[in-house]
Design a protein around this ligand. Structure first.
Ligand SMILES: Cc1ncc(COP(=O)(O)O)c(C=O)c1O
Length: 393
């Protein structure tokens, strides 16, 4: 039996993981600066997380949402406390796309409207509404195409103001990543987010913060939108929430009225997923990981800013990106193959760093010294090639 071949994969078989390191079948150690795509929040196989899941597994793993599941309420309470959104009820799902799908649907139910504003280079997932609000034609199937979604330029206050002036009464929701991930680590300005908030207030539209990648403490605040002092009506979450155990959720502003049957899912909020998510929040709280992400991220960014050869370092906390110039375009490959370091990418030329929030200063220094070496090596190779080319001419 073959797998449906949709992922371009590295020829590496990871069989073991601990903290910010993973090992392949031959015992080769890799530093994980990618966090399995921003998913590993408290570190691979964290002992408290493993123990919580094991204990829950031995009691009950799953029962449907037709019964009382007290661990869901425990999770909602802890999440409310850590995020500072105590009054926002929680609806649990299984993935980021599903979180956004439900958020968009809820916004439409609530307002009775159809139009959604999304932004250029946005990524919100691959289910039908989430993908329609994603700015990548290659992954939108004909059946997902809709006139209900409009894409506006990111950080362009005049453009969104004009749109609202013309069509504001039709707008159900604005959905935005405060820091675009797949789009290349582009940070929304505080004043752009404040402008969106005030337009949503004026026109009674719903502001959805897609915090699937930038949320859950990664940027040094629980939600990336918190940096702007702006409150969303719906926060969507997934990646870091379960540290690798599939779980997603949406936090919903208290004045939205629930109704039985309005939303629903079979697997969302199962006992095992809630145990994993609670373990994550307990570790985040106990080890002060949000502040740690902020401080370590500052250090990492400052160091990157002093480095020759890479450009345009940006991001917040442990969500950092930089541009890789054409002459060292193989940098990411070099880091993986020669230095055994996983990093993320955003096409065409961005390296994304999305490590565990429990990354240590020593691990950052290990990364920086490998990066210096890799940049130096590729730059000198390029100079030699240039020199050879001049000689030939
Ligand atoms: C900002 C954002 N939203 C939504 C998603 C979709 O999440 P999932 O792959 O869990 O459906 C992603 C995934 O990369 C994302 O980065």
């Amino acid at each position: 039996m073959k797998l449906f071949d949709v992922y371009p994969v590295n020829d590496i078989n990871i069989v073991r993981a601990n903290g910010s390191y993973v090992w392949d079948e031959k015992g080769v150690q890799y530093l994980d600066m990618y966090g399995g795509h921003a998913v590993i929040s408290i570190g691979h196989t964290h002992p408290h997380w493993v123990q919580r899941i094991e204990e829950q597994l031995n009691k009950i793993a799953f029962y449907s949402n037709s019964i009382q599941i007290p661990i869901q309420k425990e999770l909602a309470e802890k999440l409310g406390k850590l995020s500072g959104k105590e009054d926002y009820p929680l609806f649990l799902v299984n993935s980021g796309a599903e979180a956004n799908e439900n958020a968009l649907k809820l916004a439409s139910f609530h307002t009775g409207r159809k139009k959604i504003i999304a932004f250029n280079k946005a990524f919100h997932g691959r289910t039908s509404l989430a993908v329609a609000a994603t700015d990548n034609k290659n992954i939108v199937a004909p059946v997902n195409e809709t006139d209900n979604v409009v894409f506006l330029p990111f950080n362009d206050e005049a453009a969104i103001e004009n749109y609202f002036q013309e069509h504001g009464k039709e707008v159900a929701a604005v959905i935005i990543e405060t820091i675009q991930g797949v789009g290349g680590i582009t940070v929304a300005t505080n004043s752009f987010l404040q402008k969106i908030r005030s337009l949503c207030d004026d026109y009674v539209a719903v502001l959805i913060a897609d915090e699937v990648q930038c949320g859950y403490g990664r940027t040094g605040k629980f939600f990336a939108m918190d940096h702007a002092g702006v409150k969303a009506d719906i926060y969507t979450m997934a990646k870091g929430m379960g540290n690798g155990f599939p779980i997603g959720g949406i936090l919903i502003v208290p004045h939205f009225q629930p109704k039985h049957g309005l939303l629903g899912t079979t697997f969302g909020g199962n006992h095992l997923a809630c145990a994993a998510a609670l373990a994550v929040l307990e570790v985040i709280e106990q080890d002060n990981l949000i502040q740690h992400a902020q401080e370590l991220g500052e250090y990492l960014k400052d160091e990157l800013n002093t480095m020759d050869g890479i450009q345009n370092v940006r991001g917040k906390g442990l969500m950092i990106g930089f541009d890789v110039p054409e002459e060292i375009k193989d940098l990411r490959k070099q880091l993986l193959q020669e230095h055994h370091i996983f990093t993320g990418e955003a096409r065409p030329n961005v390296i994304r760093l999305l490590p565990s929030l429990a990354l240590s200063r020593t691990e950052v220094d290990e990364f920086l010294s490998a990066l210096r070496m890799a940049v130096g090596m590729l730059s000198s190779e390029h100079k030699v090639q240039e020199c050879d080319a001049t000689k030939v001419q």
